[in-house]
Design a protein around this ligand. Structure first.
Ligand code: ADP
Ligand code: MG
Length: 446
């Protein structure tokens, strides 16, 4: 696009693409058009700067950022390598889109929290699954899911991610092995083609009332309101809603029975950037388990703490980050190239390479529990921070004090104080975990 010599207009939700392709952003917001010079990131930065000047809420978010920056500074001073502070800086960078989502209250949504179930909620014991008898797509699955799990499926298209999702959702029978589900388990399943369940002629109220025939219409409206679909949108035929509004309706429908487990198969395909950020927040506050298939790296990094690799006809836990996964794919490609070179008569020392790989694999295994501890501490911290940000916003809103009873407001303030304390404790724990990992890595390198 950049080499195209004439003018073009582009509509896209891909932040990365926009940042690299365009020179201006035309912001369409509540019936107004405003032109910003620059790419998406600079648009967002400028818009946020405006907001900071305008609202107390944005100022409070700024304070939260400063708090995290102070943490980074402290962390830098303690760690022997400045590179350790890098991941915190990345987290700071990630906070920005979240604050942008908060600017528009209509995109915020809240997933209903289920009651607790005893773990595990699902176990698979030697399960195989597929579409034709004798030809399983996935075999020998030994997996377990607990209620606090946040797991993303990795793997190339066609490897069986959707097949696994469908089977866990109960829409595809197992061909062999044992699949156990907790007795009271409710599952919300957002299929890859979930859009198809909507009838363009029918309204959000009609769609949700179908699923909840016994719920009074007022409460159906209230539920839609919780997903940002207010009065007029709730009565608009779904075919005339925007992609983001339809997606919010789909989330309201998929979670209508307060699921303990949410299975999301590429849920962001029709979501705009603000709604994607709102989804990140909603998932981080949701108390059930989440299984996610997504090509949106931002989404996966912000709300998932474990990965399952779907490849070669089976599923294995992947200990590592998305960066590690990208490296693994790059290494595999390199492996293929080396093999080609070897075939062309340039032999490489095979034994050396094998030993290298073996050593690297052993080191990765040894470090995995420490890495997981860091990851857990980090995601716990992110969850607490997200909750505090929501509380900040609520406490900054004048309506809170008119709508809620003084007792309820006092309760919110108390919760805010508790959160503050827990976040500080969590930071200490996080720092300790990071230090332990760093020590092990240093010992490993020696
Ligand atoms: N309804 C179906 N009937 C038969 N084969 C299918 C069906 N759906 C998917 N498959 C096959 O199962 C394999 C895994 O597909 P899928 O689970 O959709 O992969 P992914 O979601 O990872 O892209 C593919 O080989 C695909 O062709
Ligand atoms: Mg798929």
């Amino acid at each position: 696009m950049r080499s195209y010599p004439r003018t073009f207009l582009l509509v896209s939700h891909d932040r990365h693409f926009l940042n690299n392709a365009v020179e201006h952003i035309l912001h369409i917001d509540r019936g107004k058009l405003v032109l910003y010079r620059g790419n998406y990131d600079s648009f967002e930065a400028e818009r946020r700067a405006n907001m900071t000047r305008q609202t107390a809420m944005a100022q409070r978010q700024d304070a939260a950022r400063k708090h995290l920056e102070a943490f980074v500074a402290r962390f830098r001073a303690k760690a022997s390598k400045a590179s350790q502070a890098q991941s915190r800086l990345k987290m700071l960078a990630k906070m920005e889109p979240i604050s942008a989502a908060l600017e528009d209250p209509t995109v915020i949504f809240k997933l209903p929290d289920p009651e607790e179930l005893a773990p595990p909620i699902i176990t698979l014991d030697g399960v195989s699954v597929g579409y034709q008898p004798g030809k399983p797509v996935l075999r020998k699955l030994d997996l377990r899911i607990d209620m606090e799990d946040r797991i993303a499926f990795l793997g190339a298209n066609g490897n069986g991610k959707s097949t696994l999702a469908k089977m866990l959702a109960g829409e595809l029978a197992v061909q062999g092995g044992k699949l156990f589900k907790a007795g009271k388990l409710r599952i919300g399943y957002f299929a890859q083609d979930q859009e198809d369940v909507l009838d363009p002629a029918r309204t959000p109220i009609e769609h949700l009332q179908d699923l909840l025939p016994n719920l009074p219409p007022m409460q159906v409206r209230a539920r839609l309101g919780g997903f940002g679909l207010t009065q007029s949108k709730a009565e608009t035929p779904s075919g005339k809603l925007s992609g983001g509004e339809r997606a919010r309706l789909l989330f309201a429908m998929v979670t209508h029975h307060k699921p303990h487990l949410l299975i999301l198969d590429e849920p962001t395909n029709h979501l705009d950037i603000d709604t994607r950020d709102a989804l990140v927040q909603a998932l981080n506050e949701y108390s059930g388990a989440v299984l996610l298939v997504s090509h949106d790296r931002h989404l996966a990094e912000a709300c998932v703490d474990r990965f399952w690799l779907v490849a070669d006809g089976s599923v294995t836990p992947f200990d590592g980050t998305l960066d590690d996964y990208a490296k693994l794919l790059a290494d595999r490609r390199k492996g293929v190239k080396e093999a080609a070179r070897e075939a062309a008569g340039e032999p490489l020392s095979k034994t050396d390479r094998k030993a290298d790989r073996r050593n690297a694999a052993e080191a990765r295994r040894a470090l995995a529990p420490l890495r997981k501890a860091v990851k857990d501490a980090e995601s716990h911290h992110a969850k607490l921070s997200a909750e505090r940000m929501m509380l900040d916003a609520q406490l900054a809103d004048p309506e809170t004090y008119t709508k809620l009873s003084p007792a309820k407001v006092a309760e919110l303030q108390k919760r805010h104080g508790e959160l503050q304390k827990r976040i500080e404790d969590q930071e200490e724990a996080w720092m300790a975990a990071e230090a332990a990992l760093e020590q092990a890595q240093a010992a490993d390198a020696a």
